[in-house]
Design a protein. Structure first.
Length: 262
């Protein structure tokens, strides 16, 4: 009897050790899993490259920190990327992880750099928005069993999202293809709340659409309201060309602001 008891205790201890080891392995690889998920599903939604330098997940604090998020530019645009965010802090409700809807308590994006490139004929941010709004395979959350099976993906709720310290720069394309540099302009804080709350939640595509739409609107409004600052760049085109371009800047900036509002 004692021998059987010892064997039983030994088996239980071994099982517990294996469980602990398994949890440790998952915890150690969770950063890589999430990073790969973002870099795989992100491009399927936006049709542009999505890269992350690193992901750090704290199970103890139910928090995620992302470093070096880079959203690439659509084909046909010169700048290598459209959005570059060095730090993103995410707080998650841990009790929601096993439910059908994951509740994200907060997302804070600090000092992202946005590149605007275009004019009345279109711009890079609006093109990405078109990609998101176009036909796409719904994937639910970042990590799903298959892109082909949207029902297997979880939905998302974001209670509070803050983008602060954002700056935009880039190139404004005038009539005749003339280009005027956009100096670094400060964007107002972008604050979104209760995304997917009180409903079944949002898919990753829904959330991307909401956030990108807010960024695009704030960027275009800032560019449209900064005709005087942008017009200074026309002086580098030469005396005659500079005068013509300077007269055009105000029309173009008002035009792109009007186009977005339609």
């Amino acid at each position: 009897m004692k021998k059987a008891k010892r064997i039983f205790c030994t088996v239980v201890i071994l099982i517990l050790i294996l469980v602990v080891v398994a949890i440790a392995i998952v915890a150690l690889n969770l950063d890589t899993i999430v990073k790969k998920g973002v870099e795989t599903v992100g491009p399927q939604i936006t049709k542009v490259s999505i890269k992350l330098d690193a992901v750090h997940i704290s199970l103890l604090n139910s928090s995620i920190k992302m470093n070096g998020l880079v959203v690439g530019n659509p084909e046909g645009y010169r700048a290598p990327d459209a959005i570059n965010a060095s730090t993103i802090a995410i707080g998650v409700n841990p009790f929601s992880l096993s439910s059908e809807k994951i509740v994200v308590r907060s997302i804070k994006v600090e000092a992202p750099e946005i590149t605007f490139e275009g004019g009345l004929g279109g711009n890079n941010l609006s093109k990405i928005m078109d990609n998101v709004n176009g036909p796409t395979k719904q994937t639910g959350l970042v990590i799903t069993n298959s892109v082909e099976s949207p029902k297997s993906g979880k939905k998302i709720e974001v209670d509070d999202l803050l983008i602060t310290g954002a700056k935009v720069s880039g190139t404004l394309i005038l009539f005749g293809g003339k280009e005027v540099p956009i100096p670094s302009l400060q964007l107002p804080d972008i604050h979104l709340t209760d995304l997917g709350k009180g409903s079944d939640g949002l898919t990753a595509t829904d959330l991307t659409r909401a956030v990108l739409s807010a960024i695009t609107a704030a960027t275009i409004k800032t560019v449209a309201n900064s005709a005087a600052d942008i017009g200074k760049g026309a002086e580098n085109l030469g005396k005659d060309a500079g005068k013509t371009a300077g007269d055009s800047v105000n029309k173009i900036t008002k035009g792109i602001g009007g186009l977005f509002g339609k």
